[in-house]
Structure formats: C-alpha cells, structure tokens
Write a protein that binds this ligand. Structure first.
Ligand code: ATP
Ligand code: MG
Length: 386
C-alpha cells in the first residue's frame, strides 16, 4: 500500500500537465486485496518522451512505450496506453500500437483481476469485470480465452502462477482453454517457461497450481516433470521447496532433461540426487564425504518423500559432523610420508593409495593416526608383494 502512496506523485505530475494516468494491473489488484506490492505499473495517455520530461523516468522499454523510476525497493513502470499487434509466434507482439483510452489498454491484459485501473483518488475503473472476479476469487481471461492464450501462451502458465500466489480458482472456460492450448507452451523459449514455473513454485498455493498443471495436461509439455507433478498432487500435503520438487521430479523421471537451463552446479546436484535415490541404498560415510551434506540431505528428503526410506535428516547431519575426515588433506599420513615409508618412486600409485586410505578411514577400518595409517600401508605393501 505504501508503494501506491509513494507513486501517487507520478500520476499527479502527469495530471497537472493534462495527461490522464492510472495505476493498473497487479498493483491495483494487490491494493484491493490489501497485499504488499513492490512493483507499481502506471498507464498514461502521455507518450514516453513526455513522461520522461515530466517525471524524470528513465527509458527501460521504449519499443513498448515503457519508462521507469527506481527508488530503493520501489519500481514504478510507466507505459503509454497501448494494445498489442499480431502475435505471430504466440509470444511477442509484432508491434505495439498506441491507443487513446485506458479502456483499450486494460483490454489487452491477461486476466480480469489484472485489468483494473485506479486514479489518484483511489477510484476504481473496471472495464473487464475484475472487481467482481476479485470478490469471487476467480482467475478469468479477459475476452476470449482461446484467442488470449493463442496470442501469448505464457498466459497459460501465468494463470497457474496467480492461482499459486492468490489461492483463487480458475474459471471454467479459462481452464478448459488452458488445457486445449497447452501445446503452444512448447513454442516459448525455455527460460521464460522456467522463470514462470519457479515463480509458481515459490508461492503458498503451490499444490493447487500443480493440480491444475496435472489435470489440464500442461505438465506433459514440461520436460521431465509430469510424473513428479502427478506424484506431488497425489501425495503431498505441504508445498515442496524448489530443490525437493526438482529432485523428486527428476528422480521419478530418471534423468535431468537438458531442456531446463539450470546452472551447472544445480544440474550436477540434481543428477547426483537422481543417481543416489535410484541406487536404493542407504548413504554411506563415503557418500557423505564425496557428495557433501547438501546432496546427502536432498537425497534423503527425496527418498523419504518417495517412501523409499525413513527420514534420516538428523542422523545424516550428525554423521557428517562426525566423519573422521572431511578431505584427503585431513589424513595424518601424507603423500610424501608414503614415499619415504615405502621407498618407492613418486607415481600414480600415490594418489591411489591416498584414496584407499580415505575410504579405509571413512569406513572405520583404520584410525586417522600416523602410526595406524603407516601400519595399514605397509601391510598392504606386503600383501601386494606376495
Ligand atoms: P506480480 O504480483 O507477479 O508482479 P502482476 O499482475 O503485477 O503480478 P506482472 O508480470 O508484473 O504481473 O505484469 C503487470 C501487469 O501487466 C499484469 O497485471 C497484467 O495486467 C499485464 N501483463 C503482464 N504480462 C502479461 C501478459 N503476458 N499478457 C497480458 N498482460 C500481461
Ligand atoms: Mg507486477
């Protein structure tokens, strides 16, 4: 609400120069729902150059008629009234066309609850039935849902995102149209799908949204996620953290699809978890040592969710703390010691012998102590020579 108050001056400054301006979109919805917003969108009749003159906004999306003001956490985006031209590829409008009225501007927006406008006196202007849908807690496409989803198929995922964020129901025609047009999601660049999916997963009504993805068949156009989403919908009572969600989905899928653009670190993490979960064996000290606590805990979580094992979280944390060594450098007998003890030349055998000591120490077959390790090494040598 503060965000709205702090942005009022922009609308007033434009008004003073005889340009109409309104709060629009998510910030009006959130204002009416008494929810926090950081991002404020303003629509105005003034062209972007006039807006920059009047408000000192910076050009951030001139091709779309958008200029912005960033003040600490608050971001104000001011966009000249527009509608979108044809969408040849179900995502980018080929051109944006200026329009004369706020009514035309809001009608190009996605859902009725995102199509409300509000002036500087907090009066609501509703050309799309958004107020009633807010009251009924309904997500409904503005206009013909098929046309709207065919223009921009990201809106299909956005509907599920708003469901996750607000806990609203999706209106029937809109829901049916989402299912009907789901394959158009395949035309979107993967990063945009990914971003929307992550947004959806971070909101409190995640399970409702995943249910929508499942029953509509949208999950089948999300690579490697459909089995996991079905499992979550059927078995979970609480939303999952992002890592647990992907760990579970990919473990059920058997691999991490290359379509998703994870960071290398995240990808390696999920690949390891898939391997360890599907190995169906308890995590050993050697696993804890080699994979580290994070991967061990995630493996444990996913195995537990899948009903493959009990929850070992505390035990794993303790075992990790108590590992006799955390790195090969912690061994009390070094590579140089190995060479002097055995009188052998430096070579590849040294690192093999170190690995062997590491495993022996982790498996508690030998103490991490110079004399014990020396005896262990020499005994191996003798065996070797025999
Ligand atoms: P959030 O709380 O996630 O920021 P929001 O409603 O503000 O939700 P934004 O993505 O910030 O969503 O977009 C701001 C507004 O722009 C929306 O409320 C909607 O009116 C319009 N909009 C955004 N994306 C689309 C789209 N793909 N199609 C049509 N209208 C859109
Ligand atoms: Mg927003």
């Amino acid at each position: 609400m503060d965000a709205i108050k702090q942005s009022l001056y922009v609308i007033r400054a434009l008004k003073k120069q005889n340009f109409e301006a309104f709060f629009v979109g998510g910030c009006v919805r959130d204002f009416l729902l008494k929810r926090e917003t950081n991002d404020v969108d303003i629509a105005t009749a003034a062209n972007p150059y006039k807006v920059m003159d009047i408000t000192k906004a910076k050009p951030t999306g001139l091709p779309y008629g958008t200029v912005s003001i960033q003040k600490d956490k608050l971001k104000i985006e001011i966009t000249t009234y527009r509608r979108d031209g044809n969408y040849l590829d179900n995502r980018h409008p080929d051109e944006v066309i200026p329009v004369q009225t706020i009514e035309e501007d809001v009608k190009r927006r996605d859902f009725t609850i995102n199509g409300l406008a509000m002036n500087d006196a907090y009066q609501i202007f509703d050309y799309v039935g958004g107020k009633e849908d807010l009251r009924l807690k309904i997500i409904r496409a503005i206009g013909n849902p098929d046309e709207r989803f065919q223009e921009d198929s990201l809106r299909i995922l956005r509907a599920a995102y708003f469901q996750s964020k607000l806990g609203f129901q999706i209106e029937k025609e809109t829901r049916l149209s989402m299912a009907k047009n789901k394959d158009l999601i395949l035309n979107l660049p993967n990063e945009r799908v990914f971003t929307e999916l992550i947004k959806l997963l971070k909101e409190p009504h995640q399970l409702n949204a995943l249910k929508t993805l499942d029953t509509s068949g949208i999950s089948t156009v999300l690579p490697g996620l459909d089995k996991g989403i079905r499992f979550v919908v059927e078995n979970m009572k609480e939303p999952l953290f992002i890592d647990a969600f992907f760990g579970l989905c990919f473990s059920l899928n058997g691999s991490v699809p290359s379509a998703w653009k994870f960071s290398n670190i995240a990808r390696l993490k999920y690949e390891k978890v898939v391997e360890l979960v599907n190995r169906n064996q308890p995590l050993s000290n050697v696993d804890l040592f080699t994979q580290g606590l994070e991967i061990a805990l995630l493996t444990n979580k996913v195995s537990f969710l899948l009903g493959k094992s009990s929850n070992q979280k505390r035990a794993l944390e303790e075992r990790f703390q108590q590992l006799p060594i955390k790195s090969a450098l912690d061994l009390k007998l070094r590579g140089s010691d190995l060479i002097s003890i055995t009188n052998k030349k430096q070579g590849a055998w040294v690192s093999k012998a170190i690995d062997d000591m590491v495993i022996a120490v982790l498996e508690n077959r030998v103490q991490n102590d110079y004399e014990a390790l020396k005896a262990y090494v020499l005994q191996k040598e003798v065996k070797h020579e025999k």
